[in-house]
Ligand binder design. Structure first.
Ligand SMILES: Cc1ncc(COP(=O)(O)O)c(C=O)c1O
Length: 405
């Protein structure tokens, strides 16, 4: 038996806190290896991963097809910059464009970069195509949004932790309540170039808008000549039981923003997908990234797109999501006061009188299940889509025990 003072975790937690800025508040768990839906810490304890790197690990840890692609590419070519073309680039862009049903793809690295790219493209489109007066372009966004952490993106955040003391803020955004089509419609004027929305608000606690909202947004954007930009960075690529969360309502945005799972949990890969009349406004020198679309990223992401093209992961997410929903809804009134589920993505509101979301996550971790709280008493579950029925039952059973105290 391992005695406590021989555990490596406490020292590793201390060291991590000593040597980094405290811009995160991680659970005190130190992971050293992983496979599929399971993580192992430095003391050999195993955990079921119910966060999946905020959906960056939709295909599980170290999916064999993705790891093989990465290994093969590491042995041939890793970086060229976009000054030259490499032999993985066209296939990645074509296959992702086909998955999205769009003409063109612009690859970047992080999600925030994809959002910044979308904003820049929308503004340029507004001036050059829509004819908005210089410097007047406006983008309508939603309350409770989370699109990343750059200075422009936090400028239109409604979360004071994300925003306060990072001004002066970038102008050109109007915030409206999420899910309120009338408010969104009223905010659109002749200077509006885009509506930027998450089709489901992940960080806000997996908030699903009312049925009909997304089709309504699509319609008003079409009528008013405004681009509909869907931030599917967390909701896309199989998470909700469809390739895109917009698919559930038959909505096709003008621009998809993608990230997280696109890199297969191996490398940061993000992208913007849109038609040529939109992405075509960019000319050489107007946007770019040294690492965006690099050979290693493209080699991994090609395989991600191929995994998604089979439809298997979307199916798994839809089917297993129903099992997750049934299990979680059974806990309503038994410690949970709210449950929202789309595919293998769930937001759970814990009765605040019982415990905070953080405390619930700490107790879950002690029982071998890793999840993450958000906004006080809410927990988000987003297990890898390779999770099995038995593992879902295990997670629900451990949550039941935690809520029972
Ligand atoms: C919807 C959404 N957009 C953008 C981002 C930012 O992505 P990144 O952290 O890769 O910059 C996130 C991250 O959680 C997200 O959930």
């Amino acid at each position: 038996m391992i005695v406590d003072d021989k555990l490596r975790t406490p020292g590793a937690v201390r060291d991590a806190e000593r040597w980094t800025a405290h811009n995160y508040h991680p659970l005190p768990v130190v992971i050293s290896s992983a496979e599929g839906a399971w993580l192992t810490d430095v003391d050999g304890r195993r955990y079921l991963d119910c966060l999946a790197g905020y959906s960056a690990l939709n295909f599980g840890h170290r999916h064999p097809q993705l790891i093989a692609a990465a290994h093969a590419q590491l042995d041939r070519l890793t970086l060229t910059s976009r000054a030259f073309i490499h032999d993985q680039f066209a296939d990645f862009c074509r296959e992702l464009a086909e998955l999205c049903g769009k003409d063109l793809v612009l690859p970047m690295n992080t999600g925030a970069e994809a959002v910044e790219t979308g904003i820049k493209v929308a503004r340029k489109w507004g001036y050059q195509v829509k004819g908005v007066a210089a410097g007047q372009a406006n983008i309508v966004v939603a309350e409770g949004n989370f699109h990343g952490r750059t200075t422009t993106i936090v400028s239109f955040s409604t979360d004071e932790d994300a925003r306060a003391d990072f001004g002066p803020y970038t102008p050109g955004f109007t915030v409206v309540p999420y899910g309120d089509l009338d408010a969104l419609t009223a905010a659109i004027n002749e200077n509006t170039v885009a509506v930027l929305l998450e089709p489901i608000q992940g960080e806000q606690g997996v908030v699903v808008p009312p049925e009909g909202y997304l089709p309504g947004v699509r319609q008003v954007c079409t009528e008013r000549n405004v681009l509909f930009i869907a931030d599917e960075i967390q909701s896309g690529l199989g998470r909700t039981g469809a390739t895109f969360a917009c698919d559930h309502e038959g909505v096709v945005p003008d621009m998809y923003l993608l990230g997280k799972a696109l890199g297969g949990g191996i490398v940061p890969v993000s992208a913007v997908a849109a038609n040529a009349d939109v992405l075509g406004v960019l000319k050489p020198g107007q946007h770019g990234s040294t690492f965006g679309g690099n050979p290693l990223a493209c080699a991994v992401a090609i395989e991600v797109v191929r995994l998604l093209a089979t439809g298997e992961f979307q199916r798994r997410s839809a089917e297993l999501g129903e099992r997750l929903r049934a299990g979680l809804e059974g806990l309503l009134g038994k410690g949970l006061v709210g449950v929202r589920v789309r595919g293998l993505w769930a937001g759970l509101d814990i009765d605040p009188a019982l415990m905070s979301g953080r405390e619930a996550c700490e107790r879950l971790a002690a029982r071998g299940v890793l999840a993450k709280d958000t906004h006080g008493s809410t927990i988000r579950l987003a297990p890898p889509l390779v999770i099995t029925e038995e593992e879902i039952d295990l997670a629900v059973a451990q949550l039941t025990e935690v809520l029972a105290g």
